[in-house]
Design a protein. Structure first.
Length: 577
């Protein structure tokens, strides 16, 4: 019962407790709490599975109890005694507990199953949840699709809520991409939203929106810049001003992970009281044992106390209690990744999360995230190999090491080992990446502070500020290397005239990363962090075999024509002579 009460309070469900077996949820009904502590399985039966309820259902129904609650995994579920058994998670039931503050709230940014590989929930469940929490409206913002608009409109109408149509897109301007969301506030805005989708899905080759397309279709809409757009906004203040003119309003999305992380960290970092230990002095104990045996050969049994010495703890509670300040943070966006790549990112981050690095210790990313194998939970996803994008088990984990690397340099910890990718990556600027591969490329860093460091896998932001000291990082491109020609693969199964670009060209760079130190907002020092080199890779093309043969024939014909013309010219020269 205590665990159920904790669950109901955590989910803000209004209830009152009758006894140790029954609670009544306001606006829902009486709920019997099933005791499964002595039960091996929650089901019984062979042909028809039934819930293994110890109490007679007819007796419960006669007492006006129609629901049974039970724990399963980390959640609580319920089922209706009058219906066929099915799992119903015990959330958004009955009436919500009163809010401490009566502030109107609208949930924007919901992704639906219509956004493939990134949908976060059923539309009906989202609307039901929003209504239960007292929200007055619900807004969706699927990436590159508006397929869910009709469903949202219907569900919001059923629950007497307002619907808000939004759209997640990627703006591309002067080679840089930045994520943002557009929400329609008027009918004019809705029409402009549809025009934006057409430009992205029909007119664009890479499903991005041009700056001109964004500014042209701003009327009647609200713009929200993504949580990773702060660096871009600072660099493009003039564009930001143009956006404020084109749109009704412009906002910046705050990443709430930092608030969640702080709560989790506080719970996870409660220092326990240190205790001294005992270390056995082996040589002294053996000598004592030999002496006792030689003096008591006739004894059938004997008791021997080992010789020990007290060993004080290396890390005390006082030391661990210092582990409270945020040293560095960073975040990257992987929301557009495939399901398998998302799995790899989450698996690697999960293994890093919660690591405690004591003073003087060195962290190895490769060692902590374990071998990238299917047995360790990794799946096949795109990765770089030999100048190509190929599928490999564990593809995507480099984004985890890269994100961690940026948090490390923001914290000004000592980087022991770091390598760039063979080609540029899209989620950070040049020289800010950290590749890992096999056992020959690793990200290693050392705790060069005097206190333990706790690593939390979810971080955000790109600038570290503490006291009156501030650091920033600048990526500098020293040399740009343009790819030359193209790599042609002949496919004998393809017809004449067939030509397909299988991999776009990659520009190469030589780059440097600088750390800039400010004191009282005055630049005091510029320190070189690393140098990186990224290979240029030409465009890869597959062509039909017959097309190549024809091209070869054209070359032969051309050579023959030139030889014929040369002979004619030689003959004319002789005639003139």
């Amino acid at each position: 019962m205590k665990e159920l009460i904790k669950w109901l309070d955590a989910n803000k469900i209004s209830f009152k407790q009758f006894d140790n077996e029954v609670v009544e949820i306001e606006g829902f009904g009486k709920v019997y709490v099933a005791d499964l502590t002595e039960i091996k399985s929650i089901f019984r039966g062979t042909e028809v599975l039934q819930f293994n309820l110890m109490e007679n259902p007819d007796v419960l129904i006669a007492e006006g109890i129609f629901f049974v609650a039970f724990p399963f995994g980390d959640n609580w579920y319920y089922f209706n005694l009058k219906e066929e058994f099915r799992f119903n998670i015990l959330k958004y039931a009955g009436i919500r507990q009163p809010c401490n503050m009566n502030v109107p709230f609208v949930n924007l940014g919901v992704h639906t199953p219509f956004e493939l590989l990134n949908g976060s929930g059923n539309i009906t469940d989202w609307v039901r949840k929003a209504r239960y929490l007292g929200h007055t409206a619900l807004g969706i913002c699927d990436r590159n699709t508006m397929a869910a608009t009709l469903n949202l409109q219907k569900e919001c109408s059923n629950y007497e809520m307002k619907h808000i149509f939004g759209y997640t897109l990627e703006l591309e301007h002067e080679g840089e991409k930045v994520e943002m969301k557009v929400y329609a506030q008027t009918q004019r805005g809705m029409r402009n939203l549809l025009r934006i989708q057409k430009e992205i899905m029909v007119d664009s080759d890479n499903r991005t929106l041009s700056l001109q397309g964004l500014l042209t279709h701003g009327e009647g809409n609200v713009l929200v810049l993504g949580k990773l757009a702060s660096y871009w906004m600072k660099k493009n203040a003039h564009i930001l001003q143009a956006m404020k003119i084109a749109f009704r309003q412009v906002f910046y999305q705050v990443d709430l992970n930092e608030y969640k992380a702080e709560r989790i960290d506080v719970e996870g970092l409660k220092a326990t009281k240190s205790q001294s230990g005992l270390k056995v002095k082996i040589d002294d104990t053996v000598a004592l044992f030999e002496e006792k045996i030689s003096n008591n050969l006739k004894d059938k049994s004997m008791t021997l106390n080992a010789v020990v010495q007290t060993k004080k703890p290396k890390y005390t509670k006082k030391m661990n209690e210092k582990c409270t300040d945020l040293l560095g943070e960073y975040s990257t966006d992987y929301s557009s990744s495939t399901t398998d790549r998302c799995n790899n990112v989450q698996t690697a981050a999960g293994r890093i999360n919660g690591t405690i690095l004591n003073p003087g210790q060195t962290f190895s990313t490769v060692k902590v995230i374990k071998d990238r194998t299917e047995e360790n939970g990794y799946k096949a996803a795109p990765e770089y190999s030999g100048g190509k994008v190929v599928s490999g088990v564990g593809g995507g984990v480099c984004q985890v090491s890269t994100t961690l690397y940026n948090a490390v340099i923001n914290a000004e910890l000592q980087v022991v080992e770091r390598s760039p990718h063979s080609m540029m990556v899209h989620y950070v600027s040049v020289s800010r990446d950290a590749a890992i591969s096999g056992n020959y490329k690793d990200l290693k860093f050392k705790n060069n502070t005097k206190s333990p460091i706790y690593i939390y896998a979810s971080a955000s932001g790109g600038i570290l500020s503490f006291k009156n000291r501030r650091i920033e990082f600048e990526s500098e491109i020293v040399e740009e290397k343009q790819p030359e020609g193209e790599v042609v693969t002949v496919d004998a199964t393809k017809p004449s005239g067939y030509r397909e670009i299988t991999q776009s060209a990659h520009t190469g760079y030589n780059a440097r990363l600088w750390k800039v130190i400010y004191i009282n907002d005055v630049k005091k020092k510029r320190v070189l962090v690393n140098t990186s080199s990224y290979n240029a890779e030409p465009q890869h093309v597959t062509v039909g075999k017959q097309e190549v043969e024809k091209q070869d024939n054209k070359d032969v014909d051309k050579n023959q024509k030139e030889e014929k013309e040369q002979k004619q010219n030689d003959k004319k020269s002789k005639d003139n002579q």
